[in-house]
Design a protein around this ligand. Sequence first.
Ligand SMILES: Cc1cc2nc3c(=O)[nH]c(=O)nc-3n(C[C@H](O)[C@H](O)[C@H](O)COP(=O)(O)OP(=O)(O)OC[C@H]3O[C@@H](n4cnc5c(N)ncnc54)[C@H](O)[C@@H]3O)c2cc1C
Ligand code: SF4
Length: 563
Amino acid sequence: MARPSNFPPPFSARDYVAEPTDPADERIEVGVLVVGAGPAGLACAIRLGQLLEEHPEMAERLGEVPVAVLEKGKQPGSHLLSGAVVDPKAFRHLFGERFRMHDLPSYGPVPGESVYVLTRNAAWPIPPPPPMRNHGNWIFSLSQLGRFLAERAEEGGAMILPETAAEKLLVSHGRVMGVRTGDKGRNREGGELGNFEAGSDLVAKVTVLAEGTQGHLTGVALDRFSLRGEEPQVWELAVKEVWKVAKPLDRVIHTLGWPLRTGKKFREFGGSFIYPLGEDMVTIGLVVGLDYRDAALSVHDLLQELKTHPKIRKILAGGERLEWGAKTIPSGGFNSLPRELHAPGLLLCGDGVGMVNVPRLKGIHYAIESGRLAAEAAFRALQRGETPASALSSYDEAVRDSFIWSDLHEVRNMRQVFGRGFFVGGALASAMTMSKGRVELGKMAAEPDADQPLLVTDRDASYPAPDGKLTFDKLSSVFASGNKTRDDQPNHIQIERRVPREVAQLWAHMCPAQVYEVGREDADGTVMVDLAPSNCVQCGAITAKGGRLTPPEGGSGPEYTRT
Ligand SMILES: Cc1cc2nc3c(=O)[nH]c(=O)nc-3n(C[C@H](O)[C@H](O)[C@H](O)COP(=O)(O)OP(=O)(O)OC[C@H]3O[C@@H](n4cnc5c(N)ncnc54)[C@H](O)[C@@H]3O)c2cc1C
Ligand code: SF4
């Protein structure tokens, strides 16, 4: 049976590590460089702003740009997509005494909740298991929260550079010096167009990588500094839609079961979420573990199928789809965290290193908390005037003392147990939950998603035909993401182009944005994979399943506004 990992992409992390090349007087120098304007990166920039306000002499020492944040999306928030039901405690830590939740652009506290186990036509309510209890949490659109946090970071003095992808990690004498940004204005073959702009070296005293899931430079840094944890990282793929609805939804809903199959051989783990966004919108999404084996599985199309369930159809009745998007979620948990979260001149936060509590489907408060702690560690090191690894190790200590560490430890094997099938996995997960993680299951090995042997079924035959009202095809979904990728830019998707048919089928079905097509078959039985990279919404699934996503030209990709 074919495994995607047997067909690795033509990608080497070494190609993305470089010495600065711009002449010294042309380099852009900043104090602290943050890569990624997500909750982690923006919390880091906000906290640095607070500290620099208290210590103007340090702001002075850091020069003209004490803090800069790079974001590859058109603007902060453009690439942010989440549930997003948020545990508010990290906001309190970040904004302090005077903070009120009503100051944030939220859709209010969770009004109530239900959990259902679905079969094709029925929905069986079950009491919410402890991880799914959301009393006290608040509902947000993460792309809107990102825009709000970016404004706060700018008010605190950070310079935000949107449409700028960090492409290479600058390392000199074993110390991270900053990043090189990607070129803009190249054609498909790499030639320079009339509007060509070369990338630049941005050098900093401390670089904080807060790139989120499948972070390109985070992966490069984990390899360069041998930081990977004992267990490999694994991911879920989530596809979601935002709907305008006729009737307000009065609670958050989670579902388990259908349209996923419970058979152990399929390894289908996941569930759906449906959250109200005020009086007239809901967000609905389906999350599926990328360790699944069926090459015919398409999370995009399973979400379309889910919406045809009588219970869910009723919620969406008379409504209209406003937006669509997709993203991966790191789900290896505690055992897949890196060995260390720092290297000389470097700190790593948020989803990039896998700070997600998968049974609770929560990562935003960990991202914010880790960003805040990274800012404090960077500031302490700068006060001492040095940033070797030893000066930044206080960040690891602070994370280990925080709720990030204790929460993730409590649910440490929760994702891995579902590799034993839905029912056995469910029983083991309940035992862990009831004992608050004290039941010792030992360290359960995680297998990389791309190592799963493939099987091919006719699952795709039963996906609903798109009707353009309730159910949609992938291309109209890409349109609803606001994707702005230029058609003729260089290909940013690295895959082995000639593979066994089942691997090509896997990629074609898996990609929610219809980037891959099964092409011509050769005499040896392998097929060519045809690519339409400009459809890509940068969800990251291909990196989990045997290829590699690299950042396209800055400003490309989705333009999320309500996700
Ligand atoms: C469908 C879904 C539902 C979820 N539901 C919830 C929920 O209800 N509650 C919850 O707490 N968590 C939820 N999560 C998880 C949560 O969204 C993440 O944990 C959180 O967004 C992580 O924040 P981050 O800042 O680490 O990364 P991100 O939010 O991913 O932000 C990273 C940013 O960095 C930018 N970037 C990345 N690489 C580069 C680069 N090389 N150069 C420049 N910019 C770059 C990206 O464009 C992005 O803007 C959900 C996730 C998904 C996908
Ligand atoms: S090509 Fe882009 S959208 Fe498709 S799976 Fe890969 S990262 Fe996701």
